[in-house]
Ligand binder design. Sequence first.
Ligand code: DUC
Ligand code: ZN
Ligand code: ZN
Ligand code: ZN
Length: 499
Amino acid sequence: SQHRLLIKGGRVVNDDGTTFADVFIEEGIIKQVGLNLIIPGGTKTIDATDKLVMPGGIDTHTHLELAFMGTRAADDFYTGTKAAIAGGTTTILDFVIPTKEQSLIDAYNQWRERADSKICCDYGLHVAITHWDEQVGKDMEILTKEKGVNSFKVFMAYPGTFMLADDDIYQVFAKCRELGAIAMVHAENGSVIKELEKEMSKLGITGPEGHLLSRPEKLEAEATNRAIMIAEQTRCPLYVVHVMSKTAADKIQEARLKGQVVFGEPIAASLGTDGSQYFNKCWHHAAAHVMSPPLRNDATTAPYLMDLLANGSLSTTGTDHCTFNINQKALGKDDFRKIPNGVNGIEERLAVVWTKGVETGKLDINQFVAVTSSNAARIFNIYPKKGRIAVGSDADCLIWDPKATKTISASSHHQACDFNIFEGLHCRGLPIITIVDGKIVYDNGQLNVLQGSGKYLHTACYADSVYQKLNKREIIREQLIKQQHIEREPYTGDVIVIS
Ligand code: DUC
Ligand code: ZN
Ligand code: ZN
Ligand code: ZN
C-alpha cells in the first residue's frame, strides 16, 4: 500500500553521519531505521542500492505568485512546489510581503489561502515588515503566538515600497529579540542605489547592465555590516538572505568569528551562475538575470561563497525563486528599473550545490545535507520533524543518485516560466525519487503530486538554544553599562536659555 514504504539497501545520510540502513515509513512518518527490520506485509519496497537516502531539501527563500513590480511571479504555489519536488526540495519557506495599506495579519491570511489550495509540499512562512508602528509590533506578537511564524524580514532596499530606515529596523529587531523570533534582512543600500540609478539614466544606460552598474558590491557589504551592527545593538540573532557577494559574506564571517549569532544564505543563483549575462547582447537573456542584489560579474564569487559554506561561515542555501516570463521582464524593455526582479532556482538548488560543492570536493555528503536541509530546519525551529532521517521525523526523503547527470534547460524544467538562468549547466548528482509525506511524488522523471496536499508548518519561537547565549550576553552588557554609571554632585548653578 502507498501508506507503507521500505527504502532498502541505501546509505542514510544526515548532517552528522552516514550509516547503511533501511528506512521504514508508515502514514507519513519514519517509523524504523536500521538493518533486519521487521516489516508488515503489503509494504512497497524501493531498492536504494548504491544510492543515498537523505532528508528532503528545505528552500529557505521563495516568492511564489508574488505580486511585484507591476506583475505577478509566474510560478504559483502549485507549479513552484511541483518543480521543487522534481529537484529534491520537500519544504519551502515563502515570504508574506504586505502591501503598504495591508495589515500583517491580512497579508498572512492571504498567503495561507493562496498556498493551502495549491501547495504540494509542507511550507512555512516568513513575514516581511514593510513599515513600522506600534500596531505592527502587536501583529508580530499575534503572528508568533497564534499563527506559527518565527521569522521576520526587513528590506534595506526598494525605497518607497519596502525599505525601512535604521530606526525602524532597530524597532523590528528589538521586537524579534523580545519575541524570540529570528530577524532576517535583504541587505543593500537602497538610497544610494536610487541615486546611482539616476546617474545611469543621465549616462543613457537603460539596458539590464544598468541594473548591475547601479548596485555595486560595496552597497551590499555596507548594508550587511549595518544590519549586523543593528542586530548586535538589539542583541537579536540575524539571518542575511541572498548573500550575493564575497565582501558581504566576509562581513558575516567576521561577525560569527566574534561570536555574534548571524547566519548567511547564498542562493542557487549566486552559487551556480554569475552576472556576466547582464552584458549579453540578447536583451531577454540579460533581463532574465535581473534580481536584487545582482549576480556579480566575476567568476570568483560563486566558488568563494561555496568555500564559506564549506567552512561554516555561511549556513544555508535558498533560491529567492521568483520567476517572470520573458514578456513580463519586458515591462522594463526601455528602462532596467522596471524589469521585474527575480530568477529561477527552486528546482535546481540541490543539483547546483552538489555539482559545485560535492563534485569539486569542497563539501562532504553530510555537509551537503546540512546546507540544503538540516541547518535550515534547526535555524527555523522545525528540526528534527524536518531535516533529518530518523524515527519520528516526517517522511520527506530523497533517493539520491550521485552518478546521475543532466543538463538544465527551460525546455525540460517543471516551472511555469519560459526561461532558465542555469540553461546548459551540466549537473552530476540528482534526486531520482522524492518522497513527500510518505508518498512517492517523483520517480525517475515522473511527477505524481497532489495539488493542495501540503501542510502549513506552525513554527515556534525560540525560548532557548541560540537565545540562551544571547540572554547571557544581555545580562553581561547591562552589568557593563551599569558599572559605567557615575555618581555626581548635581549641577546647582544657573541655567541660561538663549532663544
Ligand atoms: N529580490 C528579487 O530579486 N526578487 C524578489 C524580491 C527581492 O528582494
Ligand atoms: Zn530580497
Ligand atoms: Zn536570446
Ligand atoms: Zn527574496
